[in-house]
Ligand binder design. Structure first.
Ligand code: NAP
Length: 245
């Protein structure tokens, strides 16, 4: 019987994950399956096989890994996708297969940045100045943390128009992905009279909003990352690729 190709599962939802899938698909004898949570209406899919939607916790992921004959999991999720990363560690260890993590470096504060560094969403909500016009660069599921701040106005950017209005007393929506250039972000912040930005320290792309805030002298309420899972971790796609023979 011919040997089954080696199978890799990429837990995705980031540009790096799509890039990784594309590069791994060029290798012979490798089956590459990518997985997305299904949060956006037009997901950024690409090379190889794709599946969309949750697995059903650690148990569901472990079953998927076993049924699909996956021998390596690559966690290329967003640095704030804490639950998925934890599930990946637990499921891979349960099945006894290897797990590699792609974790882009966090953004570093520069001396000309005006960052207010906070530990989480609730702290970020408290840090928004009274009467401020805060730009929220956060997923829709995180907006509720700002609901108590009826004394501030929020400009909320979301990839897709939400089915329900955000639970904020005073807000406006900007539908779309982040601007491609710093100039785009400056133009947006100026046109909406933004006085502060709330951002997670995602690292990687989408840095234009942070640069734009720097140029405009606007403070950024920067939410620190969760503690990463232990294990083999790589900062770049190339570094991770070189670890796969
Ligand atoms: P999360 O809180 O860590 O995960 C919640 C649940 O969503 C997981 O338990 C899992 O459901 C499902 N899930 C998450 N990522 C998945 C994936 N790649 N494939 C299949 N199921 C997945 O994650 P999140 O913060 O909601 O992020 C969801 C996705 O959006 C991630 O893939 C992430 O890379 C991407 N993303 C997140 C952010 C962010 O700010 N957090 C930003 C950009 C992109 P089950 O337990 O049912 O398996």
């Amino acid at each position: 019987m011919p040997e089954r190709p080696r199978a890799i599962l990429i837990l995705g939802g980031t540009r790096e994950a799509s890039n990784l899938a594309e590069q791994l698909c060029r290798r012979e004898g490798l089956r590459v399956v990518s997985s997305l949570a299904g949060r956006t209406m037009k997901p950024l899919t690409g090379a190889g096989e794709w599946r969309i939607g949750g697995f059903g916790g650690v148990e569901g992921l472990a079953t998927f890994l076993r049924d699909e004959g996956i021998d390596t999991v690559i966690d290329a999720t967003h640095p704030f996708a804490e639950t998925m990363s934890l599930h990946a560690v637990e499921a891979a260890s349960r099945i006894g297969i290897s797990l590699l993590t792609l974790l882009r470096p966090a953004w570093e504060r520069r001396t000309d940045d005006r960052w207010v560094e906070v530990g989480g969403l609730n702290e970020a909500a408290l840090a928004v100045p009274e009467g401020g016009r805060a730009f929220l660069a956060l997923g829709s599921q995180h907006i509720g943390a700002f609901a108590e701040r009826a004394d501030a106005h929020f400009i909320v950017r979301m990839v897709d128009r939400p089915r329900q209005a955000p639970p904020l007393a005073s807000c406006e929506l900007v539908i779309g992905r982040p601007g491609d250039t710093v100039a785009d972000e400056i133009e947006l912040f100026r046109s909406r009279s933004v006085t502060c930005i709330v951002s997670r320290n995602s690292g990687g792309g989408s840095y234009e909003k942070i640069q734009a805030a720097r140029e405009l002298g606007i403070p950024v309420i920067m939410i620190a990352r969760p503690v990463p899972q232990p294990g083999a971790t790589f900062a770049t796609v190339d570094a991770l690729l070189s670890a796969i023979d």
